[in-house]
Design a protein around this ligand. Structure first.
Ligand code: ADP
Ligand code: MN
Length: 183
């Protein structure tokens, strides 16, 4: 199979970015193309009740990070170290570095992000908070503090053309990665 090579585990991808930058749309399509497993951490946390409570001021669930890591690194269920996982979450600093071979940071322009978050029904304060986080490059900085710079890729995610270009770039990267000598 195209995205599975002999002797080397398939890579794991982490797709991060401010809410609304297009992580889930991209990951779903990538999973379809590669046959790999998409894990949307927010959806997983809701499904498996991996929360420590609710933050009223930020209007968001508080992720139980240790419980999520247990879930991803559980030999009996998901064993992420086997490779072939596409993990989708806005943040990136609580995963062990060894999980990922490539970290993608999706970026969107302020006005575009604003419209997407409004369309999602977020209250104004939450829209503003997220757009400000995007302007401050919070997720990108977090990635730079957590992973080797050479595995971090920033990708624009404003238009459908961007979406297509990103899929193409990532596919090329995956194929190149699979052709490298086994570790
Ligand atoms: P996230 O998972 O990062 O919160 P989503 O994938 O849910 O973001 O995307 C948020 C909204 O933006 C959706 O309505 C989606 O269709 C749209 N969207 C995502 N990526 C793009 C893109 N590259 N071009 C245009 N619209 C996009
Ligand atoms: Mn999402």
């Amino acid at each position: 199979e195209e995205y599975r090579a002999q002797g080397r585990r398939p890579p794991n991808l982490l797709v991060c970015g401010t809410p609304g930058t297009g992580k889930t749309s991209l990951c779903e399509e990538l999973a379809q193309r590669t046959g790999w497993t998409h894990i949307d951490i927010s959806a997983l946390a809701l499904r498996r009740q991996l929360h420590e409570g609710y933050d009223d001021s930020r209007q968001t669930h508080i992720l139980d990070e240790d419980a999520v890591l247990d879930e991803l690194d559980d030999a009996n269920q998901v064993n992420i170290m086997q490779g072939g996982f596409i993990v989708d979450y806005h943040g990136c600093d609580f995963f062990p570095e060894r999980f990922f071979d490539l970290v993608l940071i999706l970026r969107a322009e302020n006005n575009i992000l604003w419209e997407r978050l409004e369309a999602r029904g977020y209250p104004q304060t939450k829209v503003q908070e997220n757009v400000e986080a995007e302007i401050m490059q919070v997720v990108l900085e977090e990635a730079r503090e957590s992973y080797k710079h050479e595995i971090i890729q920033e990708l624009p995610s404003n238009t459908l053309d961007d979406h297509e270009a990103n899929l193409e770039r990532i596919s090329q990267w995956l194929l190149a990665h699979m052709e490298q000598a086994p570790r």
